[in-house]
Design a protein around this ligand. Structure first.
Ligand code: NDP
Length: 403
């Protein structure tokens, strides 16, 4: 018997809740709460239609710790799954501590007033979770999430040490809109416009946003330009794979996306400091989010595939010298939509959120304190990826990456 409370009712939550309902032997009782209850009800209706299962829904402001604590106590879940926004991570962790419940999320904390995300704020909760005998699992999405599990799988089964690591995230989907983001536009644009950072010889090296571009031929998608940027799993990978000489993260963007983003930046629409408009303070990026398409609305029109993977070079486990392996998943937008009513970017995040939750509620991954994905046995997670819609492949490459 495992009762879970999911918070947030966007695309990622929708996928995770559908997949939990499809695994009712693991998740016997699912509750869903978010800022807008109507969005929870819409997910519950779709789950009912697809699986026949009923889900209880609630309205909650996850930044109101006393109200959230009360809701958690009333429902009595064994796990709270945070699929709201990174801004709510700390208040949800506070409420979990107050109510004595385990915690999981898919993105690390970020303060609203500064486009800066790092694990330090959440790692600082380690002692409190440990003393309470509770577990918090951070970053159980695809990237971060599966990318770290892929890396640890390679370290367990192919490479004794990893010298260089490149994470390649390609969304080859076309949603038919001139400009839209595949997940929360505010979080997405803050991430993309931040300076790039990569790990090299024991420190993070910073370069201007989108200044390093490489063309790569992605299986199932074709050649795409990918740009080096900072991504949060670089921080946990540098910590838990200490021998890494270099670790980089790359994401593909089409020329149209870059053109629109450049204009929006140039005219000040991506600013996150308040401006006065008709006597009222508004944040330009939040206003921009309000006029852009909701990522969840892109599902019906998105065609194509995502291809996300890790290329690692290091000393092989069998002692045969240095080797390079590429491990990846390819996910089809239309298949994802058919199964859960959401496109592949939400799907590739929501499925690992469900799998991380399954690891926790079944006690397969357990601990007391705050943990990252790198700290657990990758095998049971990798097995569930294969069985729940995100199959992966691993191949040996002839040589390390040449970019
Ligand atoms: P959406 O914006 O679609 O959904 C966010 C949901 O959170 C909305 O339902 C929103 O409510 C709700 N919410 C926002 N503020 C509050 C609050 N104060 N109290 C309660 N609910 C709140 O985002 P996505 O579904 O695309 O993304 C969800 C999370 O997944 C994000 O943290 C994102 O960064 C992360 N993510 C992680 C990825 C990974 O691979 N690791 C990849 C993609 C996303 P309302 O509907 O009222 O606005």
């Amino acid at each position: 018997m495992s009762r879970v409370l999911v918070i947030g009712a966007g695309g990622v939550s929708s996928v995770a809740v559908h997949k939990m309902a499809m695994n009712a032997d693991i998740f016997t009782d699912i509750h869903l709460a978010s800022r807008t209850k109507a969005k929870c009800d819409a997910i519950a209706a779709s789950v009912k239609e697809r699986t026949g299962l009923g889900i209880a829904t609630y309205q909650i402001d996850a930044e109101d710790v006393p109200a959230l604590t009360e809701l958690i106590r009333k429902i009595g879940p064994s796990l709270v799954v945070n699929l709201a926004l990174p801004y709510q991570d700390l208040t949800i962790m506070d409420a979990c501590l107050a109510a004595g419940v385990h915690y999981l999320d898919t993105a690390n904390y970020e303060p609203k007033e500064e486009a800066k995300f790092e694990y330090s704020w959440q790692w600082a909760y380690h002692d409190r979770f440990r003393e309470a005998g509770l577990m918090a699992l951070l970053g159980s999405g695809f990237d971060p999430g599966v990318t770290s599990v892929f890396t640890m799988w390679l370290k367990k089964h192919r490479l004794k040490t990893i010298r260089t690591l490149d994470i390649l995230d390609c969304n080859g989907g076309d949603h038919g809109q001139a400009f839209a983001t595949n997940f929360n536009p505010e979080i997405n644009i803050r991430e993309v416009t931040a300076p790039a950072r990569h790990w090299e010889n024991g420190e993070f090296v910073e370069s201007p946003a989108m200044s390093k571009k490489v063309e790569f031929d992605f299986e199932g998608v074709g050649p795409k330009n990918m740009y080096m940027m900072y991504h949060e799993e670089l921080e946990s990978l540098a910590k838990f794979v200490p021998e890494l000489e270099r670790a980089r993260f790359w994401m593909t963007f089409g020329d149209e996306y870059i053109k629109h983003l450049t204009v929006l930046q140039n005219v000040g629409m991506t600013r996150i400091d308040p401006v006065i408009y008709e006597g009222k303070e508004i944040i330009p990026l939040q206003f921009l989010k309000a006029v852009l398409p909701e990522p969840a609305s892109l599902g019906p029109t998105t065609r194509g595939k995502t291809n996300i993977g890790v290329i690692a070079t290091g000393e092989s486990l069998d002692g045969s010298g240095e080797k390079t392996f590429y491990i990846k998943n390819i996910c089809d937008h239309e298949d994802a939509y058919r199964e859960t009513g959401n496109q592949a970017v939400s799907y590739t995040t929501g499925v690992p959120a469900m799998i991380g939750s399954a690891m926790m509620v079944q006690g397969i991954w357990k601990g007391e304190g705050v943990f990252n994905m790198e700290q657990f046995d990758p095998d049971p997670f990798m097995e569930m990826l294969n069985g729940h819609g995100l199959p992966w492949t691993v191949e040996e490459l002839d040589e390390p990456v040449d970019f």
